[in-house]
Design a protein around this ligand. Sequence first.
Ligand code: ATP
Ligand code: MG
Length: 390
Amino acid sequence: MNDILLLKQGEIVLKGLNRRIFEDKLVSNVRRRMAHIGNFRIYAAQSTVYVEPLDDSADMDAAFEAAKQIFGFVAVVRAAACEKDPQAIFETAKTYLAGEFAKAKSFKVESKRSDKSFPLTSIQVSQEVGGLLSDAFPDVPVDVHSPELVVNVEIREAAAYVHSVPELGAGGMPVGSCGSAVSMLSGGIDSPVSTWMAAKRGVHIIPVHFFSFPYTSELAKQKVVELARLLAPWCGRMTLEIVPFTHIQEEIRDRCPEEYFTIIMRRFMARICERIADTNRCGAIITGESLGQVASQTMQAMAVTQECVKIPVLRPLVCMDKRDIIEVARKIGTFETSILPYEDCCTVFTPRHPRTKPRLEEVIEAEAPLDIDALCEEAVANIERVVISR
Ligand code: ATP
Ligand code: MG
């Protein structure tokens, strides 16, 4: 059987003149994703990316699962290719969908014809193939209104394709088509979700983690590496930047008023992220902040945090409830790892009474005793990089 994947392009079909750029990115993302799974011919035509196995070693089950995690497709279809002829289409449907016919109580054929030179109309194809299938499976009557099984037939340039229900694609835009951003990845529930959401909108991700050894343990670091690894099937290959943060936190503890610890710490994170962004030509910083979730996530605190950087700070979760964030975390497979009980640097030296509505002048005064540039430089110079691939 000529098993093939048809990946239906999403939003990028609405692009105008630069659509090719998006499509090329999409095809190269698919090629990279399929490279380990087998030998495929991968090409785009008619708003679809075709994934055609070149030999029997190609694992089509694995390819189909992988395709569902590639951003840029609205639907993914596993189909059988055949000659563009009703008899051949019927034979193919009979064998390829035999299992589904065995279970279904009714069926119909739905045809689409993007090859307009094909002599039969879609309706004629459906009638002819439907008639032959109905003779072949006399126990499964045709029901055009609410059939249990829909036999989809697509007549395209190169061949005809037969399949049952398409599955939902991952949606979004091809990763890398909307530039790069630094994404602040803690070990929590939220930041893997915000990272995933940014990648879904086509952003290539540079994950950054602030690590405060020995206040946070080696296990906490491994947890973040694992979270990045879980995100890699969606986000593609990434380099996780692990920033040593202990010295900065100790300096803040020793020299700043306690009620400002968190806000000052977050300003350091922003500054360091901006430096990493500059080096990696990133256009934004992504965080997992959500309005009102904790003291450092009030509007006032967010304003004071981002005041020290020029680069935009994007917060995909800003208006999402925890419950909704958890739902996404479960769906993308990061939740179980996120809830493992290791500390984060945000929970080290937490003030007993953090300021929820900090004023910028007070914060600037509170951080004045620190040599901000030198501390940032030292942290950036000692970054540890971990390449994350699937
Ligand atoms: P999460 O569940 O993602 O840990 P949170 O609700 O615990 O988030 P905070 O700890 O206040 O919230 O952090 C807010 C955001 O700041 C996180 O979502 C993440 O983007 C970033 N952040 C916090 N701690 C770190 C860290 N150690 N390294 C990198 N980013 C961090
Ligand atoms: Mg956290």
